[in-house]
Design a protein around this ligand. Structure first.
Ligand code: C2E
Ligand code: MG
Ligand code: MG
Length: 695
């Protein structure tokens, strides 16, 4: 647009023929640097001063008559806004910012201020222009806001006052997977994940109603079902009457931030090489377990492990091989643990293990021994077979310390000692425990030898029928005499034999000895009904138990009805179906079956009926209470009458006194065993009792 004004006075500060320059100049006395321009109602320059022309790098004469908007660049939102405002000449609020062509090539950024709010009717509009350095300031206007919303990375959703979606931006569509058409008219609850409860939303709405604003983290669901966390701000927009017209929600998908946080957490708490928890996490967990143990009165064990001579591998084969061995070692140890056991890498070749809950030191040494054995197999690396062993130091809470630091320090001391003692072993921090454990090790070694050398013997304890007044059989009881340890109690070495898997060969030996002895006695003409042999749960679980027993009977030439197997309640209740089938087969073959220590387990009557049992053996603990303890008396009487109603025979063990005998007899139990009639003794000794009347 070219205006119809023309230049008449090029030397005056105002290049215009028609306005009273001094009057106008008075209005801007301090604006020596400021360019001044007068515009007509169409936005054309009527007059400009020298500064104005200089700012635009042009000759003043060129400018007059030109529409100011035409001198502006048109590539940014601010300038576009300014152009638009120029059309409303004079009525715009605040300054305008616009980019102008400057001379032929350059450009400049100017701030434009309207000089007069209400100019005289005859005058044009006066504009002050000042140069701006730096970026273009932007005033968000409607158009710009729309652009901002369209391009922002934040998801934006606008609802009406009742919460129905009216519009969303592209970031919303990308984040949620829903297009505008799919959500318009729905409530934002379309995104609900179910992660937050009703309380959460109630609080959110209460705060929105009260303050008009809410922000916080919320987990929503995308269209594809994926749940993601977002940081959401909601503002209520009210009309002049204070009614909520809209709600605007702006959110950022913070899933990636969570991933970053997870990664940071991982780096802080895990070892990059083995992926095991690191020292820091170990201490955290230890602290937690100690607090729990102190509350519940439990015990905690800290096992500190070191790979023996690991530094040799690093030095001779390089750190690459060393690293891979560490990874394999970590996997090997991990595979040998229960779920929930906390294995960590403390650094270098050292690992630590947190065991909770623990019953006793024996259990801990079993784990340590198991871990040590994991290293008997070689590691394979770089075509090499590498043999490594593991040394372990152990400390126990609360005996060896109550603080994490102390326990770790003591476990580490114990590890040092294990290494001093030739590596490939474990050591407890406490001296006494150490002693106990080494005693067990000695016992273990001796027991293995005893099995190889069959260094056992049997004792026979008479079983009597008080009505007949004579011995009717015997229980075979295992004895072990060690050259240096002396007599070792069966309740000490039999559980150990079970633990070490040695009970089957031992049990076979007992059965053979006892059956052959019984066969000899019968052959000698003694009037005996049976020989009782204890059978451990593990023996019963052997697949071919029936075959094995019959092989022995065949070898010894003993009829099955002369053999009575004593089983504990635990042995048959462990695996009811299998045990029941096995007992039926044994019973069908003529072998007698008795439940030993009856009353100490958890057998229910209903269960008992399922088993092919012939006899209940009342436990010594009840017999010993008779007759002074009324409870024991009642239990004994009940067992006897229960046995009768189930058509089972009954025998009482541990009978030591005449009163006990009388009580049992009065309630209908006639078979007995106990010191009153004879302690366990040798075969020769018991033979002397066979033909002797009782008492
Ligand atoms: P059990 O089968 O209940 O054997 C009875 C135990 O009570 C025997 O202890 C016996 O010496 C003891 N006893 C018998 N009468 C009296 C008494 O009047 N007073 C007292 N105070 N004690 C009495 P022992 O020989 O030390 O055997 C302990 C346990 O070891 C046995 O308990 C049995 O469970 C197990 N056991 C013994 N020999 C064998 C065996 O050959 N195989 C298996 N698997 N376990 C066996
Ligand atoms: Mg027994
Ligand atoms: Mg018993």
């Amino acid at each position: 647009m070219k205006c119809s004004h023309s230049l008449t006075d090029s030397d005056s500060p105002w290049h215009t023929p028609s306005i009273c320059l001094p009057k106008r100049a008075m209005l801007v006395p301090a604006m020596a640097e400021v360019g001044l321009a007068e515009l007509d109602g169409q936005g054309c320059l009527v007059a400009v001063n020298g500064n104005f022309a200089r700012l635009l790098g042009r000759d003043p004469a060129e400018l007059v008559g030109t529409a100011l908007a035409e001198l502006m660049l048109d590539d940014d939102a601010g300038t576009a806004w300014a152009k638009q405002q120029l059309l409303l000449v004079g009525s715009g609020e605040g300054p305008l910012y616009a980019r102008f062509h400057q001379g032929e090539q350059g450009e400049c950024l100017l701030r434009l201020d309207w000089m007069l709010r209400q100019p005289p009717a005859d005058a044009g509009l006066l504009l002050a222009a000042s140069p701006l350095a730096g970026p273009m300031p932007t005033l968000i206007n409607r158009e710009l806001a729309a652009k901002v919303i369209e391009h922002t990375q934040e998801g934006v959703v606008v609802t009406d006052g009742r919460g129905h979606i009216q519009s969303v931006n592209p970031a919303f569509e990308i984040t949620t997977g829903y297009s505008l058409e799919e959500v318009v008219g729905y409530k934002p609850s379309i995104l609900k994940s179910g992660c937050q409860g009703a309380d959460f939303y109630q609080q959110m709405f209460a705060e929105l109603a009260k303050k008009g604003f809410w922000q916080g983290e919320i987990w929503n669901r995308r269209k594809n079902g994926e749940i993601y966390p977002e940081w959401l701000s909601i503002s209520a927009i009210r009309d002049d009457a204070g009614r909520v017209e809209h709600y605007v929600g702006i959110f950022t998908d913070i899933g990636t931030q969570h991933q970053v946080q997870e990664r940071l957490r991982y780096l802080a708490y895990y070892d990059g090489l083995t992926r095991l928890p690191n020292r820091a996490l170990f201490f955290d967990r230890l602290q937690l377990e100690l607090a729990k143990a102190s509350r519940d009165g439990g015990q905690v064990a800290v096992l500190f492990m070191g790979l023996d001579r690991f530094s040799h591998i690093n030095e001779s084969l390089g750190h690459g091989v060393g690293d891979r061995i560490l990874q394999q070692a970590a996997l090997r140890i991990q595979a040998g643990l229960r779920e929930g056991d906390s294995l960590c890498r403390m650094g270098g070749d050292e690992f630590s293990l947190l065991l909770v809950p623990i019953r006793d030191a024996g259990q801990v040494s079993a784990v340590a021994e198991k871990l040590r054995r994991l290293f008997t197999e070689p590691f394979h690396q770089a075509d090499l077979e590498l043999y490594l062993s593991l040394s372990i130091g152990i400390s126990l809470y609360p005996d060896d310390g109550v603080e994490p630091d102390t326990l770790v320090k003591h476990a580490s001391t114990a590890l040092d000692r294990a290494k001093e003692l030739g590596r490939d072993n474990y050591q407890f921090y406490t001296r006494q425990l150490n002693q106990h454990v080494s005693e067990r090790l000695v016992l273990e070694q001796a027991l293995r030898q005893a099995v190889e050398q069959e260094a056992f013997s049997l004792a026979y304890q008479p079983q009597v029928d008080v009505n007949l007044g004579r011995v009717i059989g015997a229980e075979a009881l295992l004895r072990w005499h060690h050259p240096t340890l002396g007599w070792v109690r069966p309740d000490l070495f039999i559980p150990l034999a079970e633990e070490l898997g040695l009970i089957n060969p031992i049990g076979d030996w007992v059965l053979r000895q006892a059956c052959c002895q019984m066969a000899r006695w019968l052959a000698q003409g003694w009037n005996l009904r049976r020989i009782a042999v204890n059978l451990s749960p593990m023996q019963l679980r052997q697949r071919n138990v029936l075959q094995r027993v019959h092989d022995v009977l065949g070898t010894c030439g003993l009829a099955p009805e002369h053999l009575e197997l004593e089983l504990t309640e635990g042995a048959i209740m462990g695996n009811v179906d299998e045990a029941s089938a096995c007992l039926s087969r044994l019973s069908e073959s003529g072998i007698q079956l008795a439940i030993d220590d009856f009353g100490t387990g958890y057998s229910s009557l209903a269960h008992l009926k399922r088993f092919a049992i012939d006899k209940l053996k009342i436990d010594r603990s009840f017999v010993s209470g008779v007759p002074h303890n009324a409870n024991d008396g009642t239990i004994v009487a009940t067992i006897i009458s229960m046995a009768r109603s189930l058509k089972l025979s009954v025998i009482a063990e541990g009978v030591e006194t005449g009163k006990q005998l009388a009580h049992l007899q009065a309630h209908g139990c006639y078979e007995m065993q106990g010191y009153l009639f004879g302690k366990p003794m040798s075969a020769a000794e018991i033979e002397a009792l066979f033909d002797r009347p009782l008492l």
